[in-house]
Design a protein around this ligand. Structure first.
Ligand code: ADP
Ligand code: ADP
Length: 229
């Protein structure tokens, strides 16, 4: 059985229909890029899958639960405990050193401060970020801060990482380094990656490409198939 599956999900904002009857399954450890024109529904899909929104109709199943019908409190807890998030930028708290930023998702789910900091240090070390541990986000380059954000997304050992334009604020070379770190780490830990991007080079890090047009899945294939057409 898949790790996550969406069954005929629909989401509107007033009269704007952002998603129409979308079906999607995600296997454990799979890396998937969502692409499509601006306004096609990519962010809405990511937010529905990751439990930020509930769809207007349809169900989302994850690990034996129907997450689209959980209470807000249970869904929030599930998101913190089982999912990791990486955004374009601005996700670290500027007044906290890197290790405390990375420890936050653990502390928010009840891990003690000392244990959370030890796990944060271990995750930073695993990602080659030992030297960043005590630095403040404002003193880092964009690429360093984004690597710390990757560490924060991974610290809870999530089963899925949701990423929205994770390299959108970086130059190409730095974006490449961040994607390499993200993809190597998810592959090593059998974590799934679901990523929205405008950039075909960034999508190229994933095994599967889902194209959204006008709120529907227009194409869903492996990147090998996509690059042949
Ligand atoms: P994408 O991520 O592909 O750019 P979105 O999911 O952000 O697409 O948006 C899909 C459609 O829903 C667009 O027409 C957009 O304008 C609309 N939309 C998204 N968020 C909102 C919102 N909060 N209120 C009203 N309309 C929205
Ligand atoms: P992206 O292209 O990355 O999806 P957008 O600029 O479309 O980003 O959306 C940024 C934010 O604004 C999203 O949180 C989305 O929900 C919201 N949004 C998008 N379109 C509208 C809209 N027409 N009205 C209100 N909010 C919107």
């Amino acid at each position: 059985t898949p790790l996550m599956s969406a069954h005929s999900i629909t989401k509107s904002y007033g009269r704007v229909v952002a998603l129409r009857d979308v079906d999607l399954t995600i296997a454990a450890g799979q890396t998937l890029a969502i692409m499509g024109p601006s306004g096609s529904g990519k962010s809405t899909l990511l937010h529905c899958l990751s439990g930020v929104f509930t769809p207007d109709s349809g169900d989302i199943h994850y690990d034996g639960q129907v997450i689209s019908s959980l209470s807000d409190a249970k869904r929030s807890h599930l998101r913190l405990a089982r999912f990791g998030f990486v955004f374009q930028d601005g996700q670290l708290l500027d007044e906290l050193p890197a290790r405390e930023n990375v420890a936050l998702p653990l502390m928010l789910t009840g891990t003690s401060r000392s244990r959370a900091l030890a796990q944060a240090d271990a995750t930073l070390a695993r990602l080659g970020l030992n030297d960043e541990r005590k630095r403040l986000p404002g003193d880092m380059s964009g690429g360093q801060a984004q690597r710390v954000a990757v560490a924060r997304a991974l610290v809870t050992n999530p089963s899925i990482i949701f990423a929205d334009e994770p390299t959108g604020a970086l130059d190409q070379a730095t974006g490449h380094e961040v994607m390499q770190l993200l993809v190597q780490t998810v592959e090593m830990s059998d974590t799934a990656l679901v990523m929205v991007t405008h950039d075909a080079n960034v999508a190229g890090w994933c095994h599967r490409l889902v194209e959204i047009r006008d709120g529907r899945v227009h194409a869903d294939r492996t990147l090998k198939e996509a690059s042949r057409s």
